[in-house]
Design a protein around this ligand. Structure first.
Ligand code: FAD
Length: 455
């Protein structure tokens, strides 16, 4: 009883948290090995500082905190061989070659803004770098592009202190403003902060499941919000919304939950200067909101499926990880395949074939992709360098996962689409983030239980 339908919330009986936690227990060591010990997967190249927020003036949203700073690799000799310009120039092959510029004629005009006056039409800025099957604006890895090299290991995702209006504006835009109609983005901020009936003390698996159900019913019954017609129409389960829109919301909410899990896990105690888990942070951001935790697990299932599906392609096309050093190339490939094999150990855990099929499904695919690209552009509005780095890595990672799920291996597109190295690195690092979020949540859950028992 493994499969997670995109229709399900992950707390449904069949797709239990414990199934995913068991899987994670097997995958995590191989995944950590991959992202922590290989040059290819521990580094990233991106345009971190040179892009302006395309949607609003973000100068006031900047984080002056030292914890927000990103250490970049500015000297050629600090950059691992596999990421140097000389190596990038050699990239060829079906997964590494750039598809080239798309014809301009079918492009929509740029609408570089978000806001109340932007109606249902998407805010789409087509990009020369985009393959039409891309779900996000890819980082340009070519040797000539402007870009910064970073070691992801030396810039861990954790609490930075970035908060306030700037951060809220980005999350709000992700949930409500960007392209979807309002009714497509039920957002707990709009619904009012919620009210898990049990409160923080009763954290266990069963209670979470029950609380999730009760919370949904409560939310659906709320009649006092000015947004009542919308709430009543959609509820937290968005019954009236199509599957694709619900999946989009879950992916965003799950990403948000994963970021919250990391910042609570690697929190800075400002009185001692020590980094340590902050249980109150977890309770306030996640534990009280089972739906958010459920969305995080949903993302874990979705990315697991993408990784499992990618495995045979990586073998078949013999992806090159380091041309100049065959032993490093072979070692990296072995570590990648160790992860894809473990991820495949649970039979098709997420059934993507249900999406973009019936009703308005097929026409929504393009829309879904465009919305996702806009979210990736919104990352340039994140006013904290470290958060922007990981926001970009993770949106690129989910974009790559969606591309693998929806553009690989179907009759329309028998050829696998291009996956750039930045997409591949982002995908596996996003999986590693989700994996450590699951781990953190399990440990936080245990801490809640211990605290409860000690009362
Ligand atoms: P926020 O987390 O800002 O949430 C805003 C509102 O969204 C909440 O009031 C709630 O109504 C709703 N909400 C919250 N979680 C969910 C969810 N999972 N699903 C649906 N709705 C939800 N801070 C760091 O310390 N380290 C980081 O690495 C980091 N990375 C970030 C990356 C991005 C892209 C962004 C936009 C912000 C990042 N931040 C990071 C900031 C962090 O996410 C919070 O915005 C900040 O800590 C303030 O938190 P908050 O409690 O005000 O609520």
């Amino acid at each position: 009883c493994y499969q997670i339908s995109p229709k399900a919330i992950v707390s449904d009986a069949c797709a239990s948290y414990s199934t995913l936690e068991r899987l994670n227990h097997q995958v995590k060591p191989a995944l950590d090995e991959l992202v922590q010990t290989t040059d290819f997967f521990s580094h990233y190249r991106l345009n971190l500082f040179n892009k302006k927020c395309p949607f609003w003036n973000d100068e006031n949203g900047m984080c002056g905190n030292i914890a927000c700073a990103v250490e970049t690799l500015d000297n050629e000799e600090d950059i691992p061989e596999v990421w140097r310009a000389s190596e990038l120039g050699k990239l060829e092959g079906p997964h590494a070659k750039h598809p080239g510029k798309r014809a301009q004629k079918d492009r929509q005009p740029l609408q570089g803004k978000l806001g109340e006056d932007v109606g249902e039409s998407c805010v789409v800025e087509y990009d020369d770098e985009c393959d039409e099957r891309d779900y996000c604006v890819p980082e340009d890895e070519s040797a000539t592009s402007k870009g910064d090299y970073v070691s992801l290991l030396r810039n861990p995702e954790r609490f930075t202190g970035y908060a306030g209006d700037g951060a809220k504006q980005v999350w709000d835009a992700i949930y409500r403003e960007n392209c979807f109609q309002r009714s497509s983005f039920p957002h707990s901020a709009s619904l009012g902060e919620s009210k898990t009936p049990e409160g923080p003390a009763a954290m266990d698996f069963k209670a979470v499941m029950e609380a999730a159900g009760r919370q949904r019913v409560l939310e659906e019954q709320r009649q006092t919000s000015p947004l009542t017609p919308f709430v009543a129409k959609t509820g937290l389960e968005y019954e009236d919304e199509c599957l694709e829109k619900r999946v989009f919301y879950k992916v965003m909410s799950g990403m948000h939950a994963s970021i919250s899990a990391h910042l609570c896990w690697d929190f800075l105690n400002q009185s001692t200067g020590q980094r340590q888990p902050n249980l109150a942070c977890y309770i306030n951001r996640l534990h009280k909101y089972p739906e958010r935790i459920s969305n995080l697990y949903f993302n874990y299932a979705l990315v697991t499926r993408a990784i499992a599906k990618l495995g045979p392609y990586l073998s078949k096309y013999n992806y090159t990880f380091c041309r100049s050093d065959p032993s490093q190339d072979a070692a990296t490939r072995a570590k990648v395949l160790a992860v894809t094999e473990k991820a495949s150990s649970v039979p098709q855990i997420f059934d993507e074939s249900l999406m973009f099929k019936n009703g308005e499904g097929p026409s929504l695919k393009e829309d879904f992709r465009n919305r996702f690209r806009n979210v990736s552009r919104l990352m340039d509005c994140v006013g904290c360098d470290k958060c922007r780095l990981w926001g970009k890595v993770q949106t690129a990672g989910y974009g790559a996962a969606l591309k693998v799920l929806f553009e690989f291996d179907n009759n329309e597109n028998p050829e696998p689409p291009v996956l750039k190295r930045t997409e591949l690195v982002a995908l596996f690092n996003t999986y590693a983030r989700l994996s450590s979020s699951l781990n953190a949540i399990q440990q936080f859950r245990k801490m809640v239980e211990d605290a409860e028992a000690a009362e």
